[in-house]
Write a protein that binds this ligand. Structure first.
Ligand SMILES: [Zn+2]
Length: 300
């Protein structure tokens, strides 16, 4: 009798309890009540899953379409409610290719300029290229089409969904043509975009400037978040911003000293070594980093 009562209580509890992060698979972590992050592999892009009483908000949609499909399965385990919004932290395909899996009905949001940049960079053969990668990818890419933001905001936008408030903050010239940080002030959770990526060099494109990166990083740190989820890599604290700021500051200092000694941009890229970042991923992005520091120093 006692056994039966206990079993009944346990099953009732199990039914009432939402899925635990570990039930979602090894790529998912719970970072706050009703907020999860998928990090499929260390340097891959993150997906944020934010549950609300009115539906789900996703932050980006996966490094690969296999990751996207995994997110779709995880959301089904977490809630019967639909995915209402996808907020893009940048325009690149490793954050945006999966949108078609959720939209419609999901509404995609990013800063002004995102749609133009995505259309311009789109590979017309993307579906075939993806499908050729593996049978698993062929399956995951079925139905692929480019989905650009339905809503493009300017500077800042507040989105209220159920009990949650999300503040979208544009980061100018920080990584891609349209970068958005997503700040949840009540939960003190910050999705910080790819302006700072832990333990990795970034690809610093020609329109990105180190002063703009530093401005964005300092502004994000001043929000005083408890949890920082970067666009790629493990989530953590504002130490992610400290590391990034230290790196770019040292880089500009060292490039500046070499410019004073009359070294050319190419000589600097070859001769300058940064032991502080030697173990980071994507060392092939080094020339773009030196280039940005050179531009910062010489204003050219
Ligand atoms: Zn990117």
């Amino acid at each position: 009798m006692t056994m039966r009562v206990c079993t009944g209580v346990v099953s009732a509890l199990l039914l009432a309890t939402p899925a635990l992060a570990q039930d979602l698979g090894p790529h998912f972590r719970k970072i706050a009540d009703g907020i999860y992050v998928q990090t499929a592999r260390e340097v891959n892009s993150n997906v944020g899953i934010i549950l609300t009483s009115e539906g789900v908000v996703l932050i980006d949609s996966g490094q690969t379409l296999i990751d996207t499909r995994e997110v779709a399965e995880a959301v089904k385990k977490l809630t019967p409610l639909p995915i209402k919004y996808i907020i893009d932290t940048e325009v690149h395909p490793d954050h945006t290719t999966g949108h078609f899996v959720f939209s419609p009905p999901a509404i995609v949001v990013n800063h002004q300029g995102a749609g133009d940049a995505m259309r311009k960079a789109e590979n017309p053969n993307r579906a075939q290229t993806l499908a050729a990668q593996s049978p698993e990818m062929a399956q995951a890419s079925q139905g692929y089409r480019l989905v650009v933001p339905h809503i493009e905001y300017q500077q800042r936008m507040t989105l209220r969904v159920g009990e949650r408030t999300l503040e979208l903050i544009h980061l100018k010239n920080a990584h891609s043509e349209a970068d958005t940080a997503v700040w949840l002030p009540a939960e003190r959770v910050l999705f910080a975009s790819s302006v700072a990526i832990p333990n990795s060099l970034n690809n610093v494109r020609a329109f990105v400037t180190i002063p703009d990166i530093l401005t964005a990083t300092r502004m994000l740190r001043s929000l005083n978040p408890a949890v920082v989820v970067p666009g790629h890599g493990s989530f953590g604290t504002t130490a992610i911003f400290d590391e990034s700021e230290k790196y770019y500051t040292l880089l500009v200092e060292r490039v500046g000293a070499m410019v004073m000694q009359g070294r050319t941009r190419d000589e600097i890229a070859k001769e300058l070594k940064m032991p502080e970042s030697a173990s980071w991923a994507y060392q092939d992005r080094w020339p773009s980093n030196v280039d940005a520091a050179y531009r910062a120093v010489t204003q050219k």
